[in-house]
Every structure is written in structure tokens, then in C-alpha cells.
Design a protein around this ligand. Structure first.
Ligand code: TXA
Ligand code: MG
Length: 322
């Protein structure tokens, strides 16, 4: 297992030596390496068993550093950074040459964000390079929101996990791109809701689903080992004992599920609280020995509900009752 601790200088030393360190962010834990070093970045893909076709987000410690790595094509981009950084918003921007092609899968655009976590911001400020960091889980699996989740998935292939406690947002950053005419497009739903972005900008109707360039947009992702179903109650009860059905609950647990092991995402049906607890709930039910199958809740499709529903839909994509 990897060592878990709060030694920022040690984390910096490992990263300078080209090693991997898991870092806390407000969204999920990231698996970080020096974004300017191909050999360090390559270790990320190997550790996660991630295909090279799946590019990485680059994390910076200060918004002023953006122009070291990317061009700012549009005044909207600057306004977004000013409004939402540090925070769960990732911008796709035309990259400069110092960002290795390995990071972007050869794309001319790099995904940049300034995360909002005090330890990781301190760490970034001790380094003279930015950090490439995907979520710190084996490719396709459930994202980690605690050091223990990271250790479970990657503990045998990384030396150190910087412990920043449980993540406060709990779903990944919202990824936005600009079309040629300057329209803002949401490529991945995440910690900043579309409604919040819309208060600033009109969003392009041409949404993510049509441009599946991000693996977050691959149909199966964020998946537990056990099958996960949305609804299909009757079929589940004809196949499984109540004790074998693990329920992710949102607000009042439907009477039909009394007697089933349950994990409450938010007793008061609060979307932010549910987002914060989502991955912990999936990890928990995936590990409960008696549980054979997981059933997800109905979540209203607005605000952070859109990001939650996106994760649940992809997490359940491979599951079949046949
Ligand atoms: O909140 C987050 O964004 C977390 C924390 C650690 O910052 N990171 C994260 O990384 O979710 P990851 O790798 O699990 O998801 C990043 C997504 C992927 O779907 C990837 O394809 C997309 O961002 N992406 C990264 N660079 C890109 C690029 N140059 N062009 C298009 N998509 C890109
Ligand atoms: Mg991920």
C-alpha cells in the first residue's frame, strides 16, 4: 500500500524526481505527475492502465500561469477563469509547445484547471512545473474521494498519497470548450452546473453527446465491479434477496427497499450533498460482501443532478440482468 500523509515537501520531492503522487482536489483525488515530462506522464497511463487516446487535465497553482502553457482565445475564457478559479471548471485552450503531445493525445488543445484545495495549491506553488492529473483510479473504475479509495485502486503502484481529507465537491470538474465562433460548449457535466455557467454565458446547444472526445463521454465509465441498475425494481426482486440488493438512496428510501442494505446520498435530498457522497456510496456498496447488485436513485436532472445522473448512467452502462 502507498504511504498516506500530509508532507507537501515530500510530495514535491517525489514529483521533481518524476514519480507519481496522488493529490487531493475539491472534486476527486488526482494521480499527479510533472506535466512537462513525457516519462513522468507516461507513468500515469501505465499505473491507471489508461489508453493513450485519453488526454489528461493539467493543473496549475495560479491563473496567471495559464499563458505559460496555452493561448487565451477569447475574453470569455478569461472571464470564466476569474469567476470560477480556483474551482471545478476545466477549460480547453489552444496549447503551447511545452505541453507534450502525450498529455493531449496530439490535440492542439490542452485542458487546464486551477483546483481549489489548500494542500494541492501549496504543493503546486512549490513546483516549477504544472501537474497532469486524471482521477486516481484504475481506468474505467469508480473515482476516489478519499485517500483510502486511492489506496484500494492504486496503492500497489504509487509511493505516496497526499491526504487532504474527503473531497468537498465529489464529482469531477465541468469541462468547457469554445467553438470557432466563441460559443461555450459543455463537454462534461461536473462540479459547476450548467445553470451557473448560463448566468454568465449563453451555452451552445451543440452539446457533449455529439462529440465524444472525452472518455468521460465513453458510455461505460465510473463503474463498480458489481452490476448497477437504475430502476428495474421488479426484475431485481425476482432475481435477488433484499439483502443482496444494495441501494443508493436520495432522500426517503422507497418502502420497497426496506430491508436492503442502503447508503444515503442525502437524507434531505440536497444535490450538492449527494454529489459529495456519490463515489463514496458506490465504493461502499461495491465492497459490502453480501451485496450482489446495486440500484441507483432517481435524481432530479438540474444543477449538480446532471453531473450525478451522467456518472450513474455511465456507471450502469455495462450492467445487464440477463
Ligand atoms: O475534477 C477533475 O477534473 C479531476 C481532478 C483530478 O482534477 N480530473 C479528472 O480527470 O476528472 P480525468 O482524466 O478522470 O478526466 C478528464 C477528462 C477526460 O474525459 C479527458 O478525455 C478530458 O478530460 N480531456 C483532458 N484533456 C483533454 C483535451 N486536450 N481534449 C479533450 N478532452 C480532454
Ligand atoms: Mg476519471
Amino acid at each position: 500500500m502507498a504511504e498516506i500523509g500530509q508532507n507537501i515537501s515530500y510530495a514535491a520531492e517525489l514529483l521533481r524526481a518524476g514519480e507519481l503522487v496522488a493529490i487531493p482536489t475539491e472534486t476527486v483525488y488526482g494521480l499527479a505527475a510533472n506535466a512537462l515530462s513525457e516519462s513522468a506522464v507516461d507513468k500515469i497511463f501505465k499505473a491507471k492502465k489508461r489508453p493513450y487516446t485519453d488526454p489528461l487535465i493539467v493543473h496549475i497553482g495560479h491563473a496567471d500561469l495559464v499563458e505559460n502553457f496555452a493561448h487565451i482565445p477569447h475574453s470569455k475564457a478569461r472571464a470564466l477563469m476569474e469567476s470560477f478559479w480556483p474551482g471545478p471548471l476545466t477549460l480547453l485552450l489552444p496549447k503551447k509547445k511545452n505541453i507534450p503531445d502525450l498529455v493531449t493525445n496530439g490535440s492542439e488543445k490542452v485542458a487546464l484547471r486551477m483546483p481549489n484545495h489548500p494542500l494541492t495549491l501549496q504543493l503546486l506553488r512549490q513546483l516549477d512545473f504544472p501537474l497532469a492529473a486524471p482521477s486516481a483510479n484504475p481506468f474505467g473504475g469508480i473515482s476516489p474521494t478519499t485517500p483510502e479509495h486511492v489506496n484500494k485502486g492504486l496503492g500497489n503502484v504509487i509511493p505516496y498519497i497526499l491526504d487532504g481529507g474527503p473531497c468537498t465537491v465529489g464529482v469531477e470538474s465541468t469541462i468547457v470548450d469554445f467553438s470557432a465562433n466563441g460559443e461555450l460548449k459543455v463537454l462534461r457535466q461536473g462540479g459547476i452546473s450548467e445553470e451557473t455557467l448560463e448566468q454568465f454565458f449563453k451555452l451552445s446547444a451543440d452539446l457533449s453527446e455529439k462529440t465524444p472526445i472525452t472518455p468521460g463521454s465513453m458510455l461505460s465509465h465510473y463503474a463498480p465491479q458489481k452490476p448497477l441498475f437504475m430502476g428495474r425494481k421488479d426484475q431485481l426482486f425476482s432475481k435477488y434477496q433484499p439483502g443482496e440488493i444494495g441501494v443508493l438512496a436520495f432522500g426517503v428510501l422507497p418502502a420497497a427497499y426496506h430491508g436492503c442494505p442502503a447508503f444515503q446520498l442525502s437524507e434531505r435530498a440536497d444535490l450538492e450533498e449527494a454529489a459529495r457522497n456519490l463515489f463514496a456510496g458506490l465504493h461502499y456498496l461495491d465492497e459490502l460482501e453480501k451485496v450482489k447488485v446495486i440500484v441507483g436513485p432517481e435524481i432530479p436532472n438540474f444543477g449538480l443532478g446532471k453531473a450525478i445522473n451522467d456518472r450513474l448512467r455511465r456507471a450502469s452502462a455495462k450492467s445487464s440482468l440477463e
